[in-house]
Structures are given as C-alpha cells and as structure tokens.
Design a binder for this molecule. Sequence first.
Ligand SMILES: Cc1ncc(C[n+]2csc(CCOP(=O)(O)OP(=O)(O)O)c2C)c(N)n1
Length: 346
Amino acid sequence: MPSQDSPAAPSDLYEALGVEKLLQIHELMVRARLLEERLIKMSKGGDGFFWIGGPGEEAFNVSLGLQVKKGHGVDHDFLHLHYRSSAVALALGAQPIDSIRQMRSVATDPYSKGRHFVNHYAIPEYNIVPVSPVIETQYSTVIGTAIAQARRKTDAVSIVNGGDAGTAEGDFHSCLVWANRPALPLPVVMLVVNNGWGISTKGEAQHGERLISDWTKAFPDMPGKTIDGNDVAAAWSGLAEAFAYVRRHRRPYLLEARCSRLYGHSSSSGANRIHEADCIALFEDDLVKRGLAGADRFKDVWGREAAAIDAAHQQVKQEPFPQEASVWENVFADGLPSSYPTKGGS
Ligand SMILES: Cc1ncc(C[n+]2csc(CCOP(=O)(O)OP(=O)(O)O)c2C)c(N)n1
C-alpha cells in the first residue's frame, strides 16, 4: 500500500490513474504542443513579436496543473510560474485563444491587455500571480503567499517553478532559506525544470552541484528529488509525492524534473525543432503498448485540437490592438501623475 507521501509508484501509476485520466492528460499535452507551435508560427510570420514557451515540458506541466488545488485566495494553491508554463495554465482551464491574444498583443488579451510577452500569464481566479520575464523573481514572491498559508489552517500550498540556470540567482537561495526557517517553515512546492541550458550556455559547465535537488542537503528536514520529467508516470508520481508531503507536513520540498527543450530557447534562437526526447511521442507509445489507446484516437485528438487553435487564431486576427493612451493604464496605483511627461505633454 503506498504511503500518504508516495501515493503510487511509477510502475502502477497508469492503473491508479485510469484510462479516462490518462486520455485527459494526453489531450491537454497535445493542446499545449499545438498552441506553442502556433505561437512559434505567429512569431515567424510577423503576427507577433517574440516567442518563448514550453514545448517539451508537457508531461510535467500537465501533471502539475491537474494536481493543483485550484481556486482563488489563501485556501487554494498559489502558482508562481515562468514563461514555459503554458501547459500548467491549460491544465487548470486557461483557453488557448488567450495565449494567442497575448502573442498578437491585442487589447482582448486578459493577462496584460496586449502589453506583455506571450506566456506571461496573470490569472487571479486560479491564483496564478503575474509571470515575470526577469528570471527567478518568482522564488521570492512565493515566500509571501506561503507565509500567508503557513499562518492559516489550510492544506493549500504555494508552488514555484523555474529553470535550471536561474538557480544560480539569489532568489532561489532566498527561497530555500525562508522556506526552512525553524521559526516558520513554509508550505512551498519548489520545482525546477532542468532542460540543461540557460539560453545558449550548457548547464554541465555551470553547475558544481551534482543535482539541483542536492541543494536540500543543507536542510536535513527538506526532501529533494530528481525525476525524468519527460515521462508522464515519473512526473505525475514525483509531483504527487511532493504535493502530499507539503500539504501534510507544511514544510518545503524540492523537485527537479529533467525535461526536453524542443524548440530551443525562444524566437531569438530560431525556435526550430531540436532532436531531443518528445514526451508526447513517448506517452503515445506507452499507451499503445498497454493497449489503452491507438492511432485512430490520437489522430482524432490532434485533428480536433488543431482545428480549435486554427479557429481561435482566425478570431484573434479580427480583434483590436490597444489604444495608444492605454499604455499608461495599470502602471501607477493612482493613475498617471500630472507631472509625468507624455507625448505632446510637458
Ligand atoms: C535576472 C535576469 N537575468 C538574465 C535574464 C536573461 N535570460 C532570460 S531567460 C534566461 C535563461 C534562463 O535559463 P533557465 O533558468 O535554465 O530557464 P529556461 O529558459 O532554460 O527554461 C536568461 C539568462 C533575465 N531574463 N533575467
């Protein structure tokens, strides 16, 4: 019988999840991949300015999104994500059309009204705090929501996710220190997706530590683990263990997931397909081998999801860009000071 902190080992996880859940995971992974591929196409076709996103992280990110205690406020999980977390948002219920809106910088973009990079979400109803393009600041903001949750009787946790290169930043270490303070340990699910790269710098040459999860060795009460994030079973069970531990013990857990980066860093590096393990192909092979799904089902899902993304893109092309004057909205809490220089002003 699995313990409360290890709900199911990878080998029996497919059985524990059941076919319906496995097919839901597959569908969300396909949706996320097709969305990212559309966003890349938009950036290359001049229908957007810059792309950065998460193709290759779908196994891990969908497994994450589906295990969140979803909702608004301190009694629900908070998510401090980064720019590769599109599949987490989709698994929570975000709509692909909204990412397409942010990509095209139209006024209907609900995350930033057309004023931020693509994949920089802000979704209050799911406790997704604004994503920052400045890497690693999310490991500082997570401390705040976790303190609020630590002071309250709740099983809700604060989740933070970022990349491997970013762990060299001080924010990552501040998070470790704050989460492990004996005076008030924090319910933080600390995640790091390790794709082996920081833009074009290879991780191997930069990390003196053997594993990123080894940073927990300084904190005897903090578990740390490294898993294969390209594998649905390993990703799901690794996350399930981390969530169960933090919800129950109200203490932090560090999980490092090794994932592929299937289109390189961003549009700035070309965003061309790279030959690394593809978590969707691996998952489909697994489902076929186990007799849980076949080629017809996959064809149907890929076709349906592609058509939906196509329709969403066509719709967004009809939507308006923001008005020039709105650039000053939501910049200062009390609006623009009268002394501020504006176009045509003093
Ligand atoms: C504080 C800060 N320094 C540098 C950058 C430029 N930058 C953007 S992404 C990136 C690489 C981050 O690599 P990693 O943390 O491994 O995440 P990945 O992009 O690989 O998911 C860097 C250095 C930045 N955005 N913010």
